[in-house]
Design a protein around this ligand. Structure first.
Ligand code: ACO
Length: 435
């Protein structure tokens, strides 16, 4: 990243009259940021920004988003170009290492990923500890976390070779763990990975094949999944990625740090939204009920929100949602699901919401999750697995950010401050004297 440090911002504390001039960091793209690292030391002041509305937590060269224009770049490449021309593993290499791989580099990268796709036989036994109706995200949190117990001797976050090994292991194993989570939930035997298949072909095979009969990976499903994974691979400092960075900043075991990211992704305000969108569409059920749900979403006294709508950064169409919407038409058509009533309902809901003042005034547009669930459904993936699919794709993003953070010379433990609003110092009252 090339930066010019030339501008400054002056802060004046009106209560003390003290002032301080702060340097401004000018990024390649996006808003300038003033560097407040010396603020507390010099002025005794903290900045207050719950939800990080105006705070850049780090410098990063991986992904750029322009939320007003609907632009998303991975290492400088527009996501729509990558989705059309590239493959998920190629994009994974790009995110991790900064450049598109040569044919030779890609082959060797694929080889490393597939050779890490098997899980230790002992890991398999963990699955049987989960109840059959456990949410697959709960299983994913548990099992990915357990990997920290298997590779503690080769997961030194300060060793670049072990960092790479960790990244390759996690990308390779996450599909196997996801497949096993699903098989456990439906009571079918686990399917081992097959190195002859592509990354997404392998995942489909582990989800849908059974030992009793041959299974052929559908190339339409394989490509659709690959594209969805490209679109979900990274999104700069979102909640789960920031969680991985925060957890990893203490030099924590990287498998544990990624597990923290999975837990954060699970929330319905983040990656859990794709599952909630489908549940919501099913609950709406019919076009005649749409207005009732829109009215509920607008009612301040009702916690209901239109799932798959709105985004912290995008104040226009999410560029990923645009691609997924088109893809949805194509995939449903090719896989023989044209006329899926939920897809028609989603289109109608989008149309009605985008004409409504409430959504227009607040810049609430469909996000990536509004349509992704419909594609997953057409691929035969059950609703509960949607967020797991997102977690698979985002594993690369989490790792790219963790690698970037750990190789940064300025890297320090992340430790936000707070504005304390609790009780003042008080005297302890013995139990017998309390009223
Ligand atoms: N339905 C109805 N109203 C909404 C919605 C929605 N989906 N999203 C935001 N609003 C309203 C809020 O009530 C608020 O209204 P107000 O100004 O009258 O109080 C205003 O729009 C701003 O919303 P905030 O919650 O302040 O926006 P924030 O940036 O904090 O939240 C979020 C973004 C969490 C994505 C939110 O839009 C939401 O909950 N959406 C639904 C869940 C969802 O789809 N999440 C997936 C996000 S994309 C991803 O993670 C891949």
């Amino acid at each position: 990243m090339t930066e010019r440090k030339q501008d400054t911002v002056t802060i004046i504390d009106n209560s003390t009259g003290r002032e301080m001039t702060l340097p401004v960091v000018t990024p390649v793209h996006g808003p300038r940021a003033f560097d407040i690292r010396g603020l507390y030391r010099e002025m005794g002041l903290l900045s207050y920004d719950p939800g990080f509305m105006s705070t850049a937590s780090c410098r990063s060269s991986i992904t750029f988003i322009d939320g007003n224009q609907g632009i998303l770049l991975y290492r400088g490449y527009p996501v729509e170009v990558l989705a059309e021309k590239s493959t998920y593993l190629e994009v994974a290499y790009l995110l991790l290492y900064g450049e598109l791989p040569t044919a030779e580099e890609l082959e060797s990268f694929k080889d490393r990923i597939v050779h890490h796709s098997m899980i230790h036989e002992s890991v398999k036994t963990f699955f049987s500890g989960f109840h059959h109706d456990a949410h697959p995200m709960a299983i994913l949190v548990g099992v990915v976390g357990s990997l920290s117990a298997f590779y503690h001797d080769s997961a030194d976050p300060h060793d670049p070779v072990e960092r790479d090994l960790t990244a390759h292991r996690l990308i390779g194993k996450i599909i196997t763990i996801a497949g096993a989570s699903y098989k456990h939930s439906i009571g079918e035997p686990f399917v081992y990975p097959n190195n002859a298949l592509s990354y997404c072909g392998n995942l489909l095979n582990m989800l849908f094949s059974v030992p009793a009969e041959p299974y052929q990976v559908d190339p339409v499903a394989e490509r659709a999944l690959d594209m969805l994974f490209i679109l979900h691979a990274d999104h700069e400092q979102n909640a789960s990625t920031s969680t991985v960075r925060l957890a990893g900043s203490s030099d924590a075991n990287p498998y544990a740090a990624v597990t923290a990211g999975i837990a954060s992704l699970w929330g319905p305000a983040h990656g859990g939204a794709n599952e909630k969108v489908l549940n919501m569409l099913e609950e709406i059920g019919d076009e005649s009920n749409i207005q009732k749900f829109i009215d509920r979403a607008k009612d301040r006294n009702d916690p209901f929100r239109l799932m798959g709508f709105g985004h912290r950064v995008y104040k226009t169409h999410d560029p990923r949602a645009k691609i997924i919407r088109e893809m949805c038409h194509e995939v449903l058509e090719k896989l023989g699901h044209a006329g899926d009533p939920l897809f028609d309902l989603a289109l109608r809901l989008e149309e009605i919401a985008l004409r409504d003042e409430y959504f227009l005034e607040r810049n609430l547009y469909p996000n990536v999750d509004f349509y992704s669930g419909l594609i997953y459904r057409a691929l035969g993936i059950p609703t509960q697995m949607f967020t797991v699919m997102f977690a698979i794709a985002r594993t690369v993003g989490w790792l790219a950010h963790w690698l970037e953070m750990m190789s940064e010379p300025e890297h320090r433990i992340s430790r936000p401050r707070q504005v304390y609003v609790g009780a003042e110092r008080r005297e302890y009252v013995p139990l017998e004297a309390r009223r």
